[in-house]
Design a binder for this molecule. Structure first.
Ligand code: SF4
Length: 248
């Protein structure tokens, strides 16, 4: 984990990227990413109040209460307050069942990910979706190793990661990967499963202390899982997951 980022990440696999800083999400991937944000960070009342009108239009109203804004949703003829913990689920449900137009979805993504976004076609023009900017150009990893100790990425290894290690003959890495096969379903891959104990390692086994410093490096930096290469996805993701980075 040397260089600009000592990276890992969360969020659904992106369809494609046109640069290090822009990631394309299909509309359904964008909604999945929003759902994951809500799941990962819990109720976010200020955010919910800002995006509820974009999702629900005049079927909601936002009332500023003493400590935080409250979203009231039209039920019958009355606007009823909805607890924040239920509101996130409801907003996702509405995004899935009554998807907004792409321009509105981009505005919602901007609010949720606290970054620039734009609606438009994918790089190969096959599909329209949302381009999300990571705002990570000024990010400097301090190589503290916190992400490698604390992020639960064990179920985020991709088939591409696995096949890369296979093609390189990296049996040392594959020894820490558990392939999960289920008839009729795609194979899944779990990392990092200790080959001696069969238990998922609490700390990434490829985390290596740098001599004479309190920094760490990654022993498989060039071929680490995609999820690790992409961490943190956005400034918000860095802040919300306790990344100890600095900015240039
Ligand atoms: S948590 Fe630490 S090691 Fe991980 S990306 Fe942030 S600064 Fe780098």
């Amino acid at each position: 984990m040397t260089g600009k980022k000592f990276q890992n990440r969360h969020i659904p696999a992106a369809a494609e990227e046109d640069s290090e800083d822009w990631t394309f999400l299909t509309p359904s991937q964008a909604v999945d990413a929003i759902a994951m944000d809500f799941t990962q960070y819990g109720p976010q009342p200020v955010l919910f109040a800002s995006i509820a009108p974009l999702i629900l239009g005049n079927r909601c109203t936002v009332i500023q209460e003493k400590e935080k804004p409250a979203v009231h949703i039209l039920q019958g003829k009355a606007f009823i307050p909805v607890p924040d913990k239920n509101l996130g689920f409801y907003l996702i449900h509405m995004l899935e069942t009554a998807p907004p137009d792409l321009e509105t979805l981009a505005k919602i993504c901007t609010q949720v990910f606290q970054t620039r976004t734009r609606a438009g076609p994918s790089g190969n023009k096959n599909i329209s979706g949302i381009w999300v900017h990571s705002q990570m150009e000024a990010f400097v990893c301090s190589q503290c190793g916190q992400c490698c100790r604390s992020l639960a990425y064990e179920n985020n290894c991709t088939a591409a990661d696995y096949h890369l290690w296979q093609s390189l003959g990296r049996r040392d890495i594959l020894a820490w990967v558990r392939k999960l096969s289920c008839p009729g379903k795609k194979d899944r891959y779990r990392i990092w499963v200790d080959p001696d104990t069969g238990k998922t390692a609490k700390t990434c086994p490829w985390l290596v202390p740098c001599p004479d410093s309190n920094r760490f490096s990654c022993a498989i930096q060039e071929i680490k899982p995609r999820i690790c290469r992409q961490y943190p996805f956005t400034r918000k993701h860095a802040v919300m997951t306790g990344c100890r980075h600095t900015w240039r």
